[in-house]
Design a protein around this ligand. Sequence first.
Ligand SMILES: [Zn+2]
Ligand SMILES: [Zn+2]
Ligand SMILES: [Zn+2]
Length: 295
Amino acid sequence: MAAGVSVTILGTAQDGGIPQAGCSCERCKEAHKDLELRKYPVSLGILGADGSKHIVEVTKNLCEQLMIWTPDANELFIPETVSITHLHLGHVEGIGQFGKPVMALKEVDIFLSRDNKNIFDGRSDIELMIKENNIKTHSKDFYQSFEPKEGCGFSLQFIPIPHRSELGDTAAIIIKGNEKNILFMPDQDSWEETLEHYSKENIRDFLKMFDINEALIDGTFWSMEELPGRNISEIPHPTIQKSLQLLGRKMEDDPRISFLHLNHSNPVNDIGSKQRKLVEVNGWKISEIGDVLKL
Ligand SMILES: [Zn+2]
Ligand SMILES: [Zn+2]
Ligand SMILES: [Zn+2]
């Protein structure tokens, strides 16, 4: 099992992407001018050992992301399954692409938590795509491991994460290979709540609990001062500053940790920024589109 399973990072931004619609900040304006600076909302492409194609989250930039994922641009990858952490905009915005007006796919398996499936199935656009057989939605219980496709060489597991629940609940997804487990946790409200939920004292113990070798975690904001004019406490995410404080330096046996789900306002988006260097000096990483993790 797991020979050749690979996970490609297809997006590193928060739900709005970079540039964000209507934003006049310098970072967004630069990203309009220089396409290399664009960042798409978080998504992963998982290539199974059997060559099957699976994505996590389906974003407004699905079109560009499938191109990034595909090694041979002559025949673009088409996802056979999609697993979704939660129903906030950026994580599901591209689902309509599967329907009749665009890709007209057949029977793409969509995996969500039980609550999220009920809410998702109730959307009139989703109802139509189910009726027209573009997609089939499946609920998975938290902690239940499942293969998105038989023989794909890896399994997935949803675990619950405290996060604004106005549109259903929120999962992190553990991708399990033969020898390695990757945690994808793009959104959480705070480490306090997550650690309390799992009765763990610190981040290392939480990751150890699930045997995580590599963690892709919520790095939405660098600091609390980042969004002038908006009350950041209404958009709760732990800041990277806070995560660094809790983590300290990477030690020899620690899992690798990368930050993603970066808001357009976050200075770690800039390659040369001192904030990004501070993350790296401490032994951690900022995720980049196109990074490939082997399972
Ligand atoms: Zn998000
Ligand atoms: Zn901006
Ligand atoms: Zn969210």
